[in-house]
Design a protein around this ligand. Structure first.
Ligand SMILES: [Zn+2]
Length: 526
């Protein structure tokens, strides 16, 4: 099986994306995760311009990486200066990485207009820098910037720049579609021609401006490239870089190439994607291919029936092969199959035609008519099943709650105070909570009441709170639907509440959130 090298540039090209930033510690954690995932190269940043990147190179040297080789990024030497005296080239050595990646000009237009030098000097700049880095014992990857535009302008000129790099000893020649404008058929034709002209060890670096970042990378591999550069989640400037999270399973599962340090590493892809979102403080793309929350979510009833009988009938790969999982969405479209699958997922042993399944379905329809929606509130749905099956264990009961919202003067901000009266194991708990808003305050008061009896409630935090006013078409009266997402650090779950009163709807979703956590704890105990 042919091996395709995966070169990750999340920490350099990816970090140039709008709204993406990694802390110093974050960069080290991402690099260690990438190593664990089994990528072949990790580009850590610019050697010259950025002190934060230089700190990264220093810190990563102390980490024992299992597989990946770290690369520092920079440019060819400036015109008219020896590489050994060029500040940029010296910084690349100072970064002290096993691999150095340099970019150079392939497009004559850029040589004249940007560098303002001759084509001959441009080739000398490429060759000198490569030679200098090789003399210093580095593995050298040459990124040919704007290669496809340069080739379309003048194949002879573009190829001559590659030969300059190769003859000076570059280990990999990487063709870059820097502005992301080249379609896949041109990528294929040109890459094939380049390999015929200069030989193997050719790589591809594409951007997603034409939404072809992944397709272009795969096409280059199909015609002979052996090295792919990209970023986790497609992070990067403008529309982003080629997304490695899609490229890796396409190469490994669809095209039969060997990728990553071991085939089992593919199962870490979803976790890797989520981790990088987390470290960059970006909300995950739920629709992401392979690893998105919705990637294997099934809704329509008949469709779900098919998935249940044979998952291959509706899924292009087995979700677990990339660390994802099949989800069954609950909605009025569902029919018995969704309910049945959901029950199976919960470990309940039900017969599809049993009266229990029918009564769950009936209750579900009734709730949806009232304005509940369970697609994003699986935890509430599971509790609902428990209730219908009379298997629900109420951990506590509400006697009363009160919420006060106060603004003392025009200048003061609003403050909220809530008190709740709960009954836990026959004992009445009366607590008060404060917060920025009424729901915060209510949540605070409820936790205070519960935490003595159920200490694990301390681990639960709310990660999302969404309110929707329902249209009259959706419900019989004007109602508010509240969706809450909670996490205990390991699992994340959604709950729902509906009422004509916003606070009551919120309370309902909060109670489900807490009850679900306690339900999970019980399940774990067995
Ligand atoms: Zn790039």
């Amino acid at each position: 099986m042919k091996k395709i090298e995966i070169y990750d540039t999340t920490l350099r090209d990816g970090a140039q994306g709008e709204g993406i930033s990694f802390s110093g510690v974050g960069k080290i954690r991402v690099a260690k995760m990438l190593d664990e995932l089994g990528v072949d190269y990790i580009e850590g940043g610019y050697a010259a311009s950025n002190p934060k990147d230089m700190e990264f190179f220093q810190a990563i040297r102390k980490e024992k990486l299992q597989h990946a080789r770290v690369a520092a990024f920079g440019s060819t030497r400036r015109a008219g200066v020896k590489a050994a005296e060029d500040a940029g080239s010296l910084a690349l050595i100072e970064a002290d990485t096993p691999v150095v990646t340099i970019f150079g000009k392939s497009w004559a237009f850029h040589v004249h207009e940007v560098l303002r030098t001759t084509e001959e000097e441009n080739r000398a700049m490429i060759a000198d820098t490569v030679r200098f880095l090789k003399e210093n014992g580095r593995e050298v990857i040459y990124d040919a910037e704007h290669f496809f535009d340069g080739y379309k302008d003048s194949p002879a000129h573009a190829l001559a720049t590659l030969r300059a790099a190769k003859e000076a000893g570059a280990d990999r020649i990487v063709l870059c579609d820097t502005n992301g404008g080249t379609p896949y058929f041109e990528i294929g034709d040109i890459t094939r021609e380049v390999i015929a002209q200069i030989g193997g060890h050719v790589g591809i670096h594409t951007h997603n401006d034409s939404e072809l970042g992944v397709a272009n990378s795969l096409e280059a591999v199909r015609v002979g490239a052996m090295h792919v550069q990209g970023t986790i989640n497609g992070f990067g400037e403008r529309c982003g870089n080629a997304n490695l999270v899609s490229i890796i399973p396409n190469l490994g599962l669809k095209m039969g190439y060997q990728v990553l340090s071991h085939p089992d590493k593919m199962k870490q892809l979803k976790a890797a994607a989520d981790f990088v979102y987390e470290m960059a403080n970006v909300r995950p793309n739920e629709k992401a291919a392979f690893v998105g929350h919705s990637a294997f979510a099934h809704k329509a009833g008949m469709h779900v029936d098919g998935v249940n009988k044979n998952p291959q009938s509706f899924e292009h790969i087995e979700p677990s092969s990339v660390g994802n999982q099949r989800r069954v969405l609950i909605s009025e479209l569902s029919g018995t199959s969704n309910v049945f699958l959901k029950a199976v997922e919960m470990g309940l042993n039900l017969d599809k035609k049993s009266p229990e399944v029918k009564s769950i379905l009936k209750e579900l329809e009734e709730m949806e008519r009232k304005g509940y929606e369970f697609e994003a509130a699986e935890a509430s749905f599971k509790l609902l099943i428990q209730k219908v099956l009379k298997a629900h264990k109420p951990f506590f009961a509400l006697d009363a709650f009160r919420v006060i919202v106060e603004k003392r003067s025009k200048e003061d901000t609003c403050v909220s105070e809530a008190s709740v009266k709960l009954r836990i194991n026959g004992e009445v708990m009366h607590t008060v909570g404060e917060g920025d808003g009424p729901v915060d305050a209510l949540n605070e008061a409820m936790r205070k009441a519960l935490v003595a009896a159920f200490p694990s409630i301390n681990d639960v935090s709310l990660v999302d709170y969404r309110v929707r006013i329902l249209d009259p078409e959706e419900a019989t009266a004007a109602k508010t639907r509240v969706l809450i997402e909670s996490t205990d650090g390991t699992e994340t779950w959604g709950t729902v509440g509906v009422s004509t009163n916003l606070i009551e709807a919120s309370w309902e979703a909060l109670v489900d959130s807490v009850e679900y956590k306690l339900f999970l704890d019980e399940q774990k105990k067995g």
